[in-house]
Design a protein around this ligand. Structure first.
Ligand SMILES: [Zn+2]
Length: 92
């Protein structure tokens, strides 16, 4: 299944005028811009992604627009969490 298919693109296109107008707010759970002392506002002309709802296993629910770096980081965090699911065990 291609989660970045036509539907994803259409939804992103639908949001583009909002972001371009300066009304985009980062929808990620953890916004790195906000954490760094800036705001969740997405500056028009900067890179942004359409963020998926991580709690939806079918990956068809969208949170909304997100800073590119927040979206990428969120995905990376989720990947790390999956990798580190098992507690570290020492072999003695
Ligand atoms: Zn953000």
């Amino acid at each position: 299944m291609n989660i970045y298919g036509t539907s994803h693109q259409q939804k992103r296109d639908a949001l583009k005028p909002t972001v371009d107008a300066g009304n985009g707010i980062c929808a990620e759970t953890i916004c790195l811009e906000e954490r760094d002392g800036r705001t969740r506002w997405i500056k028009p002309g900067t890179q942004w992604h359409l963020a998926h709802d991580p709690t939806d296993p079918s990956r068809t629910t969208y949170l909304g627009p997100a800073h590119a770096r927040c979206n990428t980081s969120e995905g990376a965090t989720r990947g790390n969490r999956a990798t580190n699911k098992h507690e570290r065990r020492w072999t003695l």
